[in-house]
Design a protein around this ligand. Structure first.
Ligand code: GLU
Length: 290
């Protein structure tokens, strides 16, 4: 099987050294394997994404010396695809409309994730005690109440039976070819959101859809997204999609010992480039050989 990997940033800020590490790691892995490196722009959140950040992504990556295979996939151009995937899940009966407000969800949730980043939005919602009746749904919709589509762990478990406990993914260690099989435990993340009124998809749904569509065989990304795998493997099973190999790299920290974040403006690649830092120095700074 040929090797295809990707870098999938969201244009919600300028790229920093942590992004450079992720992108170079994926790029170099593809080169070494004689495979392909793709770029995907994950711009489903219209309120946070900005064109200037997207432009900067292309500039920063090209400046680092990275080359990607065309076409670049921009998720905002493919909402129909994600709606179709959601419809498939709806037909399977594994998603439901959730009318709870954020406040109500927070009150009904377990706020402490098992490990950092386990629930990327910080809350784990275990789902309603019972399914809402069709009449109640209709009357709430008629009243103009908004809702989110959530993936039900319980209904997925009911549908998949014993296969639910057999969901596995292969994880590769950073910096070696050691691989191990991990049993997925989607219940750790609870009933995640797959679509909202304002954004008719979610990170989980669109990333799983696109990784399959683009034939990604190995996903290389930061540790902060590791917990999402547990949900992604379930979605792959439900949608009949293949499960790639995963490699989650350590998260880079700055001089203050904190993880790089988009808010650290002084450490963006754009700022470092303007300050005269060279791409080779960037590689050295993040511990990668030229
Ligand atoms: N778009 C995500 C981010 O910028 C990364 C998605 C992924 O690599 O799975 O954090």
């Amino acid at each position: 099987m040929s090797f295809i990997t990707r870098f999938a940033p969201s244009p919600t800020g300028y790229l920093h050294l942590g992004h450079a590490y992720s992108a170079i790691l994926a790029h170099d892995a593809a080169r070494e394997a004689g495979g392909k490196f793709l770029l995907r722009i994950e711009d489903i959140d219209a309120t946070r994404c900005r064109p200037e950040f997207e432009t900067a992504i292309y500039e920063d990556l090209a400046w680092l010396g990275l080359r990607w295979s065309d076409p670049v996939r921009r998720q905002s151009e493919h909402f129909d695809d994600y709606a179709a995937a959601l419809e498939t899940l709806r037909k399977l009966g594994v998603v439901y409309r959730c009318f709870l407000t954020r406040k109500e969800i927070a009150a009904a949730s377990l706020s402490a994730p098992h490990e950092p980043g386990e629930a990327p939005d910080g809350v784990i919602y275990r789902g309603p005690a019972q399914r809402m009746s069709g009449e109640e749904e209709e009357s709430r919709i008629a009243r103009g109440e908004t809702f989110a589509w959530r993936l039900s762990i319980k209904y997925s478990q009911d549908l998949l039976g014993e296969d639910f406990a057999r969901l596995v993914f292969v994880e590769r260690d950073e910096g070696s070819n050691t691989e191990r099989a991990i049993t997925a435990r989607p219940e750790l993340l609870g009933d995640v959101i797959l679509g909202r009124k304002d954004t008719p998809t979610s990170y989980h749904l669109s990333v799983v859809h696109d990784d399959a569509l683009q034939g990604i065989t190995c996903i290389i990304r930061g540790q902060d997204l590791r917990a999402s795998n547990h949900i992604h493997v379930l979605l792959q099973k439900l949608l009949g999609l293949p499960t790639p190999v995963y490699m989650h790299h350590h998260l880079l920290t700055g001089p203050d010992g904190k993880r790089y974040a988009k808010r650290d403006r002084s450490l963006t690649l754009a700022a470092l480039r303007e300050a005269g830092v060279s791409p080779a120095e960037i590689r050295a700074r993040i511990g990668l050989s030229v």
